[in-house]
Design a protein around this ligand. Structure first.
Ligand code: AMP
Ligand code: ZN
Ligand code: FE
Ligand code: FE
Length: 285
């Protein structure tokens, strides 16, 4: 069984539509794929309608969180997408992304970059708008050679010249909300230092005590030493260990299924979840 529990579609900042994503997942030989767009569930219906036979879809989202001034991402799986409290918080975060992107555009204009909201909105389409869309605009304008090159202190990295914060959920609140909606939580790429400051182990211990289910260990942003350390931490704290591609289509170099999750861990996640069931593919539209 090959299981990839973290993928983005055009519902947020991936470049494959949800239908394209599940077809690509099947073509990549995956048995299970999770759709985890940033702060939104709007890709589910299209992914389910297109789901190929033999591929199972895990519904999820990647929630934008912040603790002690440090931004972090919380993967949430198999929660009830209609549950009102979690839905309201997702909408708050997602809606705040628009004025925030406009704020980053204003800062870029002050820096002499002729990017416009119309350009970024076109790139984002109906996906929840984020820095990768602004970064794509910078690539189009020839300001930087690649999306990754926009994530520096000169441009869009945390604290960078054109960076603006967005509303982000306290992760303890996120755990409470996801559990309230029957879901399971996994701290995404907890030691991805190239993205900025990371959460200390003491906080991960507190999150574990508050009901965090697991941490994502096998991820392209973790080197081998980091993975060893995180595996030890997970064992100490009784946390599940996942691995996943964090696929973003052509906005990142990683391939679907490049990192995977052990079937036993996947089984445990599905046993703990009560908000939704994995969806078996029936052939697709
Ligand atoms: P946002 O949620 O709008 O703040 O954008 C965060 C997203 O930007 C992350 O989910 C990544 O997909 C992407 N990102 C963050 N840091 C980097 C980086 N150093 N290089 C490339 N992409 C990044
Ligand atoms: Zn993303
Ligand atoms: Fe993330
Ligand atoms: Fe992600």
């Amino acid at each position: 069984m090959r299981i990839d529990l973290h993928c983005h579609s055009t519902a947020s900042d991936g470049t494959d539509g949800p239908a394209e994503l599940v077809r690509a997942a099947a073509a990549a030989g995956l048995d299970v794929v999770a759709l985890t767009d940033h702060d939104t569930t709007r890709g589910y219906a299209e992914a389910i309608a297109a789901l190929p036979r033999g591929l199972t879809l895990v519904t999820g989202a990647e929630l934008s969180c912040r603790v002690d001034g440090v931004s972090m991402h919380m993967l949430a799986y198999l929660f009830d997408p209609e549950e009102p409290a979690l839905l309201a918080e997702r909408e708050l975060v997602r809606d705040d992304r628009v004025p925030r992107a406009q704020g980053m555009i204003a800062k870029l204009n002050e820096l002499g970059v002729p990017v416009s909201w119309e350009q970024v909105a076109r790139i984002a389409g109906d996906g929840s708008v984020g820095r990768p869309h602004v970064a794509t605009a910078l690539v189009e304008l020839g300001v930087v050679p690649s999306v990754g090159d926009a994530f520096t202190q000169d441009w869009l990295a945390d604290g960078g010249r054109a960076f603006v914060e967005k509303h982000e959920t306290d992760p303890f609140e996120a755990i409470r909300l996801v559990k309230g909606a029957g879901g399971v939580t996994v701290f995404a790429h907890p030691a991805a230092a190239k993205r900025g400051r990371t959460v200390p182990e003491s906080t991960i211990a507190e999150l574990a005590a508050a009901g965090l289910d697991g941490i994502e260990v096998d991820h392209m942003d973790h080197d081998e030493d980091t993975r060893v350390r995180l595996r030890g931490l997970a064992a100490d704290l009784g946390l599940l260990v996942t691995g996943s591609s964090d696929y973003h289509g052509s906005r990142k170099t990683v391939a679907l299924g490049e990192y995977t999750t052990h079937p036993d861990v996947y089984g445990e996640i599905t046993r703990r979840a009560t908000g939704a069931f994995p969806v078996p593919g029936t052939g697709g539209a």
